[in-house]
Structure formats: C-alpha cells, structure tokens
Write a protein of this length. Structure first.
Length: 373
C-alpha cells in the first residue's frame, strides 16, 4: 500500500517524502503513528544509526547518523523540534555513554523539519557547529519565518494553476503546524559541495544533490563505500519532488540529474534518511528514474487524448493516478496539494523539454501537448 493510504496525512507541504510509489510499502512505513522505532545500531565501526520518532507522520521516524571523530562526534540530521524527539536522541547518546556536548558537529542534509527542526535547540545545548548547503540557507526565512506570507503566496499560486476556488482553503491548510517543529538556526558554515569532512577513519565528500530540496546534500566516503543519502534516495518510498512557490524553477530536472550522478557511485551501503539501510544503490536509482519517466509519460498520454485542449496543472493532476485503491475524490486537501506540486514538477520538466506548451490566459496557466510532437 502507498503511504497515502495511511490514515494520517502529511501536516505540511514542503517537508514530506512523497508517498507516490504504487508498490508495496514494507511494514516500517505502513504501520503509521505509534509504530515501533527501529533499533539503534552501529552499522560500521564508529557509525551509528540513531532513529528518532516523527509523531503524527506516516514516515514514523527519521534516521540520524552519529559518527565518531577525533574530537568528539558528528551528527548528520537531527529530527524535528519536539520533546519526544529530543528525549529519544538523549536516550540514544546516554546508552552509548556519550554526552550531548560531545556532539561537536552537526551536518544537515536539507532543512525540511524532520531533518533540521531540532538544530537550533541542539546547538544551544551542545554548542555543536552547524553546517548545511548554501541554498538551504537561502530558504530559511521564506519557509519558516513568515507563515502568513507563505500561505497567501501559495494560495495565489494554487489558484493560478487551476485549483477551484472552493478548494483553495482546503488545499492550502497545514503548513503552519510544521513550523512549530522548527527552531530556526543559521549555519556556522555553508557548504557548496566538494568539501571533505574528515571524521576519524572516515572522509565524507559533500555531494550537492538538488531536487527534493534545492540545497540537499549527500555524504560519500569512497574508501569505505558508504553513502549517507538523506532524502535523495530512500529504500521504499519515492522522495517528493514538487514545484511550488519555494522551490527552484525546474526541480525535477535537478533531481533526475543528481539521481544519475549518485547512481554512479560505488557505494556498497546506503544510509537513508528514512527506512532501513540498504545495498544496491544503482538498482534503486534506476527504479526512481523509471518511476519519474512513467509519470512523465502519463502526463503526455493524458493530454494527448484530447489534442488541442489545454488543461491546468490542477486538472492534469486530478486525471493522474495517485493511489492503487483511492480515487482523486478520496484524497484529503493536503494530499491533493502534494499531488498538484508533484504533477507540476513533471509538467514543468516536459515544458522545459519542449514537449508541452504553456499558456497564460484569464488569470490561469494551462498546458497542452506541443504541436511539434
Ligand atoms: Zn525531506
Ligand atoms: Zn525526510
């Protein structure tokens, strides 16, 4: 079943992993809130997986990774800012006989709340230095400071893309609650990609992997053949790649490029932001590439059925398939909004490739198949 068939919908737009995989989702993702947290484990000498709970999220948990360094520890990602998440992290460290101030470095793969929300609080209690990509720094204020402005821009953008007026409020709800799970923190060091982060026996190269988020990074140790993939590559769900008012203009093009880049690494072990560590990176990146190709084909196919008829992003989305068992009418407002942003990422890529024409008229953007096709 897809995570969209879970009883809980996502609480915010720019933060969640998209549940658009139509295949079977394993137990870890299907049991929803209240599911058992995966076990803490030392996966390689000096690298621990410390799963933290994500209350009310169908994802259930986020994986953070602790790496022993010469002067303490590095933590990669940190969960969101809720008391139970902090308690879980403290519990993991206590069990390993590590004090919070021993965590000297905090690297964030991207600033979605489930990876970044706790960073501000953690820096206060541990005095760890904080690093993430320069582009993620750009989005902090616009995503987490002015909720009203974000909501009104998003509402106008949904309208522009054909959302019926009586659905606007329904689709636009939900972002604000997630902002409460973020304590804003600015980086001590911004990353561009290409840096090497040395941690004891490991040397992680920072690889910029835009798409799921504009400044998403992965960390790769070529000698030990291990990749910390954040949300760029997940084992069982398709990371969401959506186009909306707080993204770059063609995020799916970025995502597919950086997926191909990562698929060429000789990583033997992948440590993802959610789900179980896994092997077989090229097979997984191939699956994700094929998934997006099917979605691109689906958009062209449905527009080709009525040549010359232009449809809005919303109308295209409503005609696409989002779940095995549920129809468009069954999706919640928030799920519909996630769907619209994902569909538009595909539509915009097709437009950029010259496969679709984009029209602006009567205050609405519509698309139709290019006559050159
Ligand atoms: Zn994410
Ligand atoms: Zn995530």
């Amino acid at each position: 079943m897809s995570a969209w068939e879970s009883s809980v919908s996502y609480a915010a737009l720019p933060v969640s992993e998209s549940p658009t995989v139509l295949g079977k989702v394993p137990q870890a993702f299907s049991s929803g809130p209240g599911q058992a947290l995966p076990e803490r484990a030392e996966l390689m000498p000096g690298i621990w997986r410390l799963p933290l709970p994500l209350r009310d999220s169908p994802l259930g948990h986020v994986n953070t990774y602790l790496v022993r360094t010469d002067d303490g520890y590095l933590l990669v990602d940190c969960g969101w800012d809720t008391a139970d998440t902090l308690r879980a992290l403290e519990g993991h460290l206590r069990a390993l006989d590590i004090r919070l101030p021993d965590v000297r470095h905090l690297v964030i793969t991207h600033i979605h709340p489930d990876h970044y929300g706790l960073a501000g609080r953690l820096r206060e209690i541990s005095s760890a230095d904080l690093s993430f990509h320069r582009l993620e720094r750009l989005y902090i204020e616009s995503r987490y400071v002015d909720a009203d402005e974000l909501l009104s821009e998003m509402r106008e953008w949904l309208r522009l893309n054909g959302t019926p007026p009586d659905e606007l409020d329904r689709l636009n709800r939900g972002s604000v609650s997630m902002m409460e799970r973020v304590q804003i923190a600015f980086p001590d060091r911004t990353l561009d990609g290409g840096e090497e982060i040395t941690c004891g026996r490991y040397a992680f190269r920072v690889i910029w992997t835009p798409g799921h988020s504009a400044g998403h990074i992965c960390l790769y140790d070529a000698r030990n053949k291990v990749l910390l993939s954040g949300d760029h590559v997940l084992p069982h769900i398709t990371p969401s790649v959506g186009l909306h008012v707080r993204t770059t203009s063609n995020p799916l093009a970025d995502y597919l490029d950086s997926l191909q880049l990562i698929g060429r690494l000789e990583a033997e072990l992948v440590l993802p932001g959610h789900g179980e560590p896994f092997r077989g990176l090229p097979a997984r990146t191939d699956e994700l590439l094929a998934h997006h190709q099917r979605r691109l084909d689906e958009v062209i196919e449905l527009l080709s059925r009525r040549p010359g008829v232009a449809l809005s992003g919303y109308e295209i989305t409503a005609r696409m398939r989002w779940s095995r068992r549920r129809t468009w009418d069954d999706l919640s407002g928030f799920e519909r909004r996630m769907a619209v942003t994902e569909a538009l990422a595909h539509i915009e890529l097709l437009h950029a490739r010259g496969k679709l024409q984009k029209r602006y008229g009567d205050g609405e953007i519509t698309y139709l198949v290019s006559e050159l096709e």
